[in-house]
Design a protein around this ligand. Structure first.
Ligand code: ZN
Length: 305
């Protein structure tokens, strides 16, 4: 178990890393840690990044607190996931901020999910099916190829909203893209033994990760997205695994580990905490660490050879 001091250190780490003062900086308000980290990679000392949430908070469920509204009021650029991930809090936050620059449709409003191919786009929207998102599954950051696409778009957006420094943003973007492509090649090679490994997800949070690595989702612990696993649903999953075995069960760092731990114990499979975003685990200190650690944890739990 993590003690309280470690927990607080983990919480504070991304904020401290991102709170580097800059001269006449562009104020970036990021909804989630992965986009804060990406803005910092691409903006360096030209940007001053505020991150609205930390890795141990559920990004679907955030309060539009006055302190966050004040941060959005001073922002030049808001960088969020979109695809309705923040539908419960971001529209209120932006409206309350009174900041015309960062409203939807303005150059100061950037939604990462607009720049990737979405998975699980529902053909018909039925809210009775739980926390289903009309634009498709919003958890795009679990595939590093998506991060590359978002980085290209965000780099272009930084050049647009802060044209005076366009050349510096372009250089940082090219540098990041080169390092990131090398890293993707490394992670993909390392993760090759995970192809076709059957897994269970606690929440439908990893479809992009599975799409990248070829993992096969055979069951989900939440009966519907965003609905806590019930005892009867857990028993049902356990029964499913008798006919369709899985190697491991995955949950995100922000989630209650108990449903995954219950399945782990009862089905005799590994339970794997996925950092899910920057700061989710001690090793996920930046975007590179996020995928280093994700791949390492999956390999430790269930490579085929
Ligand atoms: Zn979700």
């Amino acid at each position: 178990m993590m003690n309280r001091k470690m927990f607080l250190t983990l919480l504070a780490t991304p904020l401290m890393l991102l709170a580097v003062p800059a001269q006449a900086a562009l104020h970036v308000f990021a909804c989630e840690p992965e986009w804060g980290a990406l803005a910092q990679e691409l903006g360096g000392s030209l940007v001053d990044v505020t991150v609205a949430t930390n890795a141990l908070q559920d990004p679907h469920q955030i309060q539009a607190k006055p302190s966050l509204i004040a941060r959005a009021r001073g922002a030049d650029l808001v960088v969020c996931t979109g695809s309705e991930l923040e539908i419960g809090w971001l529209p209120v936050l932006l409206q309350q901020s009174g900041n015309a620059k960062v409203q939807t449709g303005q150059p100061g409003n950037f939604a990462a999910a607009d720049f990737v191919r979405k998975l699980e786009v529902p053909s018909a929207l039925d809210r009775s099916q739980g926390d289903v998102h009309a634009g498709g599954n919003p958890h795009i950051q679990t595939d590093p190829r998506n991060i590359a696409l978002v980085a290209a778009a965000l780099g272009a957006r930084l050049q647009q909203v802060d044209a005076a420094h366009a050349a510096q943003y372009a250089k940082a973007q090219a540098d990041f893209a080169a390092r990131w492509q090398q890293a993707i090649a490394r992670w993909s090679a390392q993760a090759a033994p995970l192809k076709d490994v059957p897994v269970v997800s606690q929440h439908k949070a990893f479809v992009y990760l599975y799409d990248w690595l070829g993992l096969k989702e055979v069951a989900v612990l939440e009966p519907k997205p965003g609905v806590e696993p019930s005892a009867s649903h857990l028993q049902g999953v356990l029964a499913t695994l008798k006919g369709t075995p899985a190697r491991m069960v995955l949950y995100a760092a922000y989630q209650d580990a108990r449903p995954s731990e219950w399945l782990s114990k009862n089905a005799g499979i590994a339970s794997v905490k996925i950092p899910f975003t920057v700061g989710g685990t001690e090793a996920a200190k930046d975007l590179f660490g996020l995928f280093d650690d994700t791949v390492a944890r999956l390999l430790a739990a269930g490579a085929t050879r």
